[in-house]
Design a protein around this ligand. Structure first.
Ligand code: AMP
Length: 631
């Protein structure tokens, strides 16, 4: 076995040979001709000439060796449902779903938007799309009609798959009215809507458009739908994510590069072996759900747990009881979830037999040291902080303990993963920073590795303009994260350089929230900033200049308007985007040229020094915010 340092160097210096080796971890119908085609930077085509299929690799190829082994373990503490599907059963379900989609006219390259709670049918729908070469676009079930509409508009799906309702903490959250409203708002209309009826909420059906999942898949009981062999560089899916501008971007991913990247990560980073069980507590609406609930574990021949419910219901031991029951070997969660558990009795961590568990990976937001220490002490298992983004599809910084056991350092997500040539550059000059402890922007030298986004769906120019920044002599991919590197090469991530905030691991654009708040008739101007929060990492805080402040003289009327504004955000974007507070001011701090001083607002809201204010138009604007924040 090589050391990780050697392994990493080979991935950069002998890139094609390295990735050709990794490519052998998956099945190809036709072997790739070119490993890395970087002839048109910054676009990279991985494994060109090869043909493969994600669903084949996740399901069919295990039918020979492990047909009766658990593949998908579905557990809902919301409805009490618990069911294990073997690879053979999963194969059947996916073929029925594929036949149903084909029956609705879905063909290779068509988009299918999936707006679903955490139910097994969502996994069947994703895998069915992959099987027939349709491009899935999963939208997080916590988003509401306006968020959903903008994604429908951009993805132009032929079919939308959804369900009557989700459930959270025992409370039914109807999806159908939000979906109907989103379709009404969107200029693109899907031909068909396929609805799973969980019997949780009544649904109004649109004749000719809406179809029932059970009825339609039931018509294809013995369906045999072969995998469509796709070019490695064909599109597997798009997933929307937030950036600086209000309009979400469709992160577009390929087929072969993604399959190889996931297979390699399961081996080198997540230590997953065929026959073992993986439990990621994420949601299929996020990239972690795509990579490490659905595709990664299944490609590795593991059983994967799909969990609908809270981490503390019926009690804070629920996840650990699942680890014991299903002998989970690798677990993946987010720091916020651990901070939620931390409020409960630590005895829950000791109540179950966790001897099967090799490691707990945490990602999505900064992992603070006390949280890492608490869970590490409680579980007595390695905690692997790992850093990545929707754009990357798999970890950028982590520890590849499958290659060589590495020392972890709390507060650091670790080292650059193989395939990633990571640098730190100066924010404005782009000059490379090499001295330990220097703070810079984390960037990636092209070509980006397999699994990385191909482009922004439908907008190559936006991909180039948004992510690829000129530094002396070349362009590099910007992660939009601040970072520092210590003398051992370990990175520390210090937050975003742009207007993206991270609330409980959910990535939100402050501009999207501002746009939503602006639609309230009594809002003249608004600034939304992310403010540090001990539980959620960050929360959104809004500062609003009302159009008419005359009626806002007493606390009750201010609270009423605050509540009304929160309701608008709930209805349009979803409760995940709801600001924790809406404060009213009569002007916002701006520069003399009219630019909002977001960083100054954020600093003051967090009780920090506002920094350089030489360009401020009217210092009293910031003083108002200071007064509001005073205890
Ligand atoms: P998302 O695309 O939703 O996965 O969000 C990606 C962003 O989350 C990154 O750009 C970081 O700002 C943040 N992030 C993800 N993982 C970590 C981590 N382990 N430590 C610090 N920040 C993280």
């Amino acid at each position: 076995m090589s050391t990780y340092a050697e392994f990493y160097r080979r991935s950069i210096d002998d890139r094609d040979a390295f990735w050709a080796e990794q490519a052998r971890l998956i099945d190809w119908k036709q072997a790739p001709r070119t490993i890395c085609d970087n002839s048109k930077p910054p676009f990279t085509r991985w494994f060109a000439g090869g043909t493969t299929n994600l669903c084949h690799n996740a399901v069919d190829r295990h039918l020979q060796t492990r047909p009766d082994q658990p593949a998908l373990i579905y557990v809902s503490t919301e409805t009490g449902a618990e069911r294990t599907y073997s690879f053979r059963e999963l194969h059947g379900e996916v073929q029925r779903a594929a036949a149903a989609l084909q029956g609705l006219g879905v063909k290779k390259g068509d988009r299918v938007l999936i707006y679903m709670p955490m139910i097994a049918e969502a996994a069947f729908a994703m895998l069915a799309c992959a099987r027939i070469g349709a491009i899935h676009s999963v939208v997080f079930g916590g988003f509401a009609s306006v968020s959903l509409a903008s994604r429908i508009e951009d993805a132009t799906p032929k079919v939308i798959v959804s369900a009557d309702a989700g459930s959270r903490g025992g409370k039914v959250v109807p999806y159908k009215p939000l979906l109907d409203e989103a379709i009404r708002l969107s200029s693109h209309k899907p031909q068909s809507v396929l609805m799973v009826d969980r019997g949780l909420a009544p649904m109004e059906s649109v004749t000719g458009r809406d179809h029932d999942w059970a009825a339609l898949t039931g018509k294809h009981k013995d369906a045999q739908v072969d995998c469509e062999w796709l070019d490695s560089t064909d599109i597997s899916y798009t997933i929307y994510t937030s950036g600086t501008t209000g309009r979400p971007k469709g992160v577009q991913r390929d087929v072969g590069g993604y399959a190889v990247a996931l297979a390699a990560s399961m081996k080198h980073i997540f230590l997953g072996e065929p026959g073992e069980t993986y439990f990621s507590t994420s949601d299929i609406g996020w990239v972690v759900g795509h990579s490490y609930i659905i595709y990664g574990p299944l490609i590795a021949g593991m059983a994967t747990i799909m969990y609908e419910g809270l981490p503390i219901r019926p009690d804070a031991g629920i996840w650990w009881s699942l680890v014991e029951k299903y002998k989970v070997t690798s677990m993946f969660s987010a720091p916020t979830a651990v901070r939620v558990l931390k409020k409960h009795d630590p005895a829950f961590l000791k109540k179950y037999d966790l001897s099967s568990l090799k490691a707990l990976s945490l990602a999505g937001e900064p992992l603070d040291e006390p949280t890492a220490q608490w869970i590490s002490d409680g579980l007595g298992r390695p905690i692997i902080d790992n850093y990545w983004q929707t754009e990357s599809g798999w970890p950028i910084l982590a520890l590849a303990n499958g290659v060589e056991k590495q020392r972890s350092k709390f507060g650091s997500p670790g080292l650059p993963m193989y395939g990633y040539d990571i640098r730190l550059v100066h924010e404005s000059t782009g000059a490379e920073l090499t001295a330990p402890g220097e703070k810079g922007v984390v960037v990636i030298e092209g070509p980006t590795p397999p699994g990385f986004m191909q482009t922004v769906w439908g907008d190559d120019q936006r991909y180039v303009d948004t992510y690829w920044h000129t530094v002396p002599g070349r362009t590099v991919y910007s992660t939009f994260d601040w970072g520092i590197r210590d003398k051992d090469g370990y990175f520390f991530i210090l937050g975003r350089t742009d207007d993206v905030i991270n609330v409980a691991g959910h990535r939100l654009g402050t501009r999207e929230i501002e746009e939503s708040i602006s639609s309230h008739p009594n809002v003249a101007e608004v600034a939304v900033v992310g403010v540090a929060d001990s539980l959620k990492g960050q929360v959104a805080m809004a500062f609003v200049v009302p159009r008419d402040a005359a009626g806002l003289t007493d606390t009750a009327s201010r609270l009423k308007l605050e509540g009304d504004i929160m309701k608008v955000v709930d209805e349009q974007l979803g409760a995940v985007a709801r600001p924790s507070r809406v404060h009213f001011v009569n002007l916002l701090p701006k520069t003399r040229s009219g630019k909002l001083l977001r960083r100054a607002i954020q600093a003051v809201a967090e009780g920090r020094d506002a920094g350089d204010l030489t360009t401020i138009e009217d210092p009293s604007a910031l003083q108002q915010i200071r007064d509001l924040m005073a205890p």
